[in-house]
Design a protein around this ligand. Structure first.
Ligand code: PEP
Ligand code: MG
Length: 572
């Protein structure tokens, strides 16, 4: 019988292979009393396991090739730092001495304490840090239970296997990758979990959050992972296997085709050059930028500079981050969006103040920057100083009114004056654009655009506000429809405004990176797309296969005949 289990596909592609089940969940720690005269030995036992765990991590770190994506090494580096922290190196030994208990129990006490502290922080990034602590403690416990833990792990023959686990530590994920496994399934985790990020970096098909997967699996049985659809297939019949094998072949051919256009410009069949840029936020995206041959960065979400901290990044630190991206962009333009904190992007409750009754409609994005002019000025200065090192433009999130533009320009001039006085170099003619994310701003795009150098449509928020659906509320996600006629009219209004003002209009929301909508957007007259790095080649291939003039004629016919439903056919 065939069984299909759903999860979250976090790394695309299909893998077929025998499953290897990791039973390692949270080990049951039992407390033993240690007699006074053996306490010293128990501390030594803990220290030895700690040393072995640290060595294991160092060995893994050394095994990562120099040309591997930097985030892979970064995970292990952060674990190496953490394992050497007094809280994991010294405190458990103190607990053993004070409580006269076994090392496993001391680690358990310390884990409970650290997890409690992390949980109280209620911040998604720190939740990941909590997972890190758990992973490291699990590793030390592994060596306490078996000093050959490392050797046993490495010597398994897992080539071509699909690993099924509750969750995976980055170190395990890397060791498995070295063993050439075919895919991962985990019962926990989300799109930003370690397994998800690492499997994307390795290009290994993976599904996370497959609840109770292991209960349905037997060691060694053949399974199929469909990482694109987030599907785990157990007991597939011959027809299914044939279909999936064919799909693997097609995927391979498709990847080859995409590879061939990597260095080519995004030009339609009839010769129109479309600007295809990347949205970036994390280090892994910066690296991908070069790899995928983008025409620059259409959206750099600077709030992610705050993701691993509880305070704002200072001017120098921001400057260093912006310069790094300018370097990676290799002379292409980088669009730096000023802070878009608030609503779903909240990292620092102290900075945010009390939670607003309706955060998505509250003090977020540029509203928050204008309310905190010192923080905004600091960011403007950092961006301006970076402008001396490459081509950049500034993008203002969630712009609503011309009054806001007036306030922004005033602060911008102050930032310029401050830098001139401090004798800092900067480009005097940096372009300033606005994100069109508020429906009223879309309708008034011509009025706003008159005072700006470019516009960029943020469909994630524009759709949220136009259709009155909270973008993080799963209950209403079924209403999220980029093809809603109201949404299309708003997008159309912005593109037309850009044309009449002769200023560029880009789109940097998720809609731009969805290959199903690319031809429609081209037909509407969009000339700048900014998409996730891993979507770049897909979007480019659609652009290169399109005849722009024919699409525009078709679009005019559809809109003239007022048949919005036919739009669906057009994008299909
Ligand atoms: C958008 O709203 O479409 C957008 C690109 O901004 P973010 O997703 O960061 O809110
Ligand atoms: Mg937005």
């Amino acid at each position: 019988m065939t069984l299909l289990l759903n999860g979250l596909g976090v790394s695309r592609g299909i893998a077929i292979g025998p499953v290897h089940i990791l039973e390692r969940g949270k080990p049951e720690s039992i407390r033993f009393d240690i007699p006074d005269n053996r306490v010293g030995d128990e501390v030594k036992r803990f220290r030895k396991a700690h040393r072995q765990a640290a060595r294991h991590l160092r060995d893994i770190r050394k095994s990562i090739p120099g040309d591997a994506p930097p985030d892979i090494a970064a995970f292990i580096d952060s674990h190496l730092l953490m394992i050497d922290d007094v809280l994991l190196k010294k405190t458990p030994a103190e607990i053993i001495r004070q409580q006269k208990c076994n090392a496993e129990w001391a680690l358990q006490i310390q884990e409970n304490e650290l997890v409690r502290v992390f949980d109280e922080m209620q911040d998604s990034y720190l939740k990941t840090r909590r997972d890190d602590v758990e992973h490291i403690i699990r590793l030390i416990q592994g060596f306490l239970g078996d000093e050959n833990y490392s050797l046993k792990q490495r010597n398994k023959n897992l080539k071509g296997c699909i690993i099924a686990a509750d969750d995976l530590a980055p170190a395990d994920t890397i060791v498995f990758e070295h063993q050439h496994i075919a895919g991962f399934i985990t019962e926990y985790g989300g799109p930003t979990s370690h397994t998800a990020i690492l499997s994307r970096s390795f290009g290994i098909p993976s599904i996370v959050a497959v609840a109770n997967a292991r209960a349905h699996l037997s060691e060694g049985e053949r399974v199929i992972i469909d990482g694109t659809r987030g599907l785990l297939v157990i007991g597939a019949d011959n027809r299914m296997l044939r279909d999936y094998r064919r799909q693997i072949k097609l995927d391979k051919e498709h990847r080859k085709k995409l590879e061939a256009i990597r260095k080519k410009p995004a030009r339609t069949r009839d010769g129109a050059r479309i600007t295809l840029m990347a949205n970036i936020e994390l280090d892994e995206d910066i690296r991908a930028l070069r790899r995928h041959g983008a025409d620059g960065v259409g959206l750099y979400r600077t709030e992610f500079l705050y993701i691993d901290r509880r305070h704002a990044a200072g001017e120098e630190e921001q400057l260093a981050a912006y310069r790094k991206i300018l370097r990676a962009a290799g002379g292409n333009i980088v669009t730096i969006r000023t802070l878009d904190l608030g609503a779903e992007k909240e990292f620092d409750p102290a900075y945010a103040g009390p939670l607003a009754p309706n955060p998505a409609l509250g003090l977020r994005a540029i509203r928050r920057s204008l309310k905190n002019p010192d923080v905004f000025l600091q960011q403007l200065r950092a961006i301006l100083r970076a402008s001396a090192h490459g081509k950049l433009r500034i993008l203002i999130p969630m712009l609503t009114s011309t009054q806001e533009i007036g306030q922004i320009m005033e602060l911008y001039r102050i930032a310029q004056r401050q830098l001139t006085q401090a004798k800092k170099r900067f480009d005097q003619s940096v372009a300033i654009g606005g994100m069109i994310e508020v429906p009223a701003a879309a309708m008034a795009a011509e009025t706003l655009g008159r005072e700006l150098d470019f516009l960029s449509i943020g469909t994630n928020d524009l759709i949220q506000y136009a259709l009155a659906i909270d973008r993080i509320d799963e209950e209403v996600s079924y209403l999220y429809d980029p093809l809603h006629p109201g949404v299309l009219q708003l997008i159309n209004a912005v593109i037309r405004a850009g044309e009449s003002l002769k200023i560029p209009v880009a789109m940097c929301g998720e809609m731009a990176g969805d290959r199903r909508f690319v031809r429609l957007l081209l037909a509407m007259g969009l000339t700048e797309f900014s998409v996730q790095p891993n979507e770049l080649l897909e979007v480019k291939s659609v652009i290169m296969g399109s005849d722009l003039a024919a699409l525009k004629r078709k679009y005019r016919r559809i809109t003239a005949s007022r048949e919005p439903r036919r739009i669906a056919e057009m994008v299909g």
